[in-house]
Design a protein around this ligand. Structure first.
Ligand code: C5P
Length: 406
């Protein structure tokens, strides 16, 4: 289950062009299983209509503290008591200033002030022009609302509606969803530093050609996201893949198995958990040509010879820190048949406490998967689900094993 399923979110819109993104945000929240109660300021209603927000959320929108639809005529009390969280997106510079002052002259500020502060978190997704964002008054106000208990999400950088370019754009709806999911997720890996490899490697034949495989990197990226949600510091070493970097994750791009090993060996000095999901090429061309190998008219084809690549997982699993119990190593096995037997043998061969088996042809490039976890006590299946969901379940399983061994 994702962390937002069943949550009741009060989505507050203050005035800004970014209100158009809040329609998509509302849709994504509903899709994730949250109920969404929209509250709009008068200024927000100049940018997007309550009709759109009501249609997307299936609930009437509130805009006035005098709304007589509430039997007790106290929408600020009722709406804030129902909420699992209040998210203001977009949160204008003016709205931040109102929060700082504790204003209560319109419904949205009023319900933020009236919320039970210990139980109902307040998250802000600021949106404004770059000069407004950089202004000392705004920065001072943001620091103050954070001190008063609000969580201030970041802002994006780029083109702004005013034609200028810089910091202050509201995060995209997908990015806010990632931040919210992380906010609600149990912090099972707090204090851990997780190092993950993902994707294929690319082994050069010459400057324009190479050998690679069909790994999409989706499983490793999903685990990276789940580990960050769970409070870990995450470093993701990625082969050539076309996937966006999960928010809050440090990504290092590499190409070949040798690049990957060098990077991982360095990063592993700091890590406490290493998860090897990369589909590392087993062999590489022995001598990559410096120039493009040309086709000539002789009909001769190039003869390639190969050498074996280093086994990154086995190397790290044998490192001093791993053997001293300071680095918990998790391997993956993509098999085409007889998963339990092959994966169990691989666990022993690689020298790792936990090995995760999956059926290679059924997972490469897919958005879902099924996993078989094998450790010294036996095996445990995580049935077919989205990779996002399996990433979270695997993180939970790893956290449980770390907690019982420490
Ligand atoms: O031996 P095999 O490739 O099946 O092992 C799979 C596991 O080992 C995966 O966790 C993979 O990331 C890792 N691996 C590695 N370096 C290699 C080959 C595999 O880290 N050269």
């Amino acid at each position: 289950m994702n962390a937002l399923a069943g949550k009741h979110i009060v989505l507050g819109l203050s005035g800004g062009v970014a209100c158009y993104k809040s329609a998509e945000l509302a849709r994504l929240l509903v899709k994730a299983g949250a109920t969404v109660q929209v509250v709009m300021t008068e200024a927000a209603e100049r940018f997007i209509t309550p009709v759109t927000m009501q249609a997307l959320t299936g609930r009437p929108v509130y805009g006035s503290q005098w709304d007589a639809r509430e039997p007790n005529n106290m929408p600020h009390i009722n709406l804030s008591r129902e909420a699992d969280a209040i998210l203001i997106a977009p949160c204008s510079a003016d709205f931040v200033a109102r929060l700082v002052q504790g204003r209560a002259d319109e419904l949205l500020s009023l319900l933020c002030l009236a919320r039970p502060i210990a139980r109902v978190p307040l998250l802000l997704a600021p949106a404004m022009n770059r000069e407004m964002w950089a202004h000392p008054a705004t920065q001072r106000n943001l620091a103050q609302v954070a001190q008063d208990g609000a969580t201030v999400l970041g802002v994006g950088n780029g083109d702004q509606a005013c034609g200028e370019t810089g910091d202050g754009r509201m995060l995209e709806a997908e990015e806010i969803m990632e931040e919210l999911a992380a906010f609600f997720a149990p912090k099972r890996l707090a204090g851990q530093h997780v190092l993950i490899t993902a994707g294929p490697t690319f082994e050069a034949i010459d400057p324009v050609r190479g050998i690679t495989n069909l790994s999409s990197g989706k499983m490793g990226f999903a685990i990276a996201r789940a580990a960050r949600e769970a409070g870990a510091e995450v470093t993701l070493v990625a082969g050539p893949v076309h996937l966006p970097t999960p928010r809050g994750v440090r990504r290092i791009d590499v190409r070949s198995a040798q690049n990957m090993l060098e990077t991982v060996a360095g990063q592993a000095q700091e890590a406490t958990i290493f998860i090897a999901t990369a589909a590392v090429a087993d062999w590489r061309p022995a001598n990559a040509a410096d120039q493009k190998i040309k086709k000539d008219s002789s009909g001769q084809v190039p003869q390639l010879s190969f050498v074996e690549n280093p086994d990154i997982l086995a190397t790290i699993a044998q490192s001093e820190r791993a053997r001293a119990g300071q680095l918990y190593c998790v391997g993956f096995a993509a098999e085409s048949e007889n998963l339990l037997a092959h994966a169990s043998a691989k666990r022993v061969r690689k020298g790792v406490p936990l090995l995760v088996g999956n059926i290679g042809p059924a997972t490469f490039g897919q958005d879902d998967n099924a996993l078989l976890l094998i450790d010294e006590n036996g095996s445990h299946e995580l049935p077919r689900a989205s990779k996002a969901e399996l990433g979270r379940q695997l993180v939970t399983e790893i956290a449980r094993r770390l907690n019982t061994s420490s």
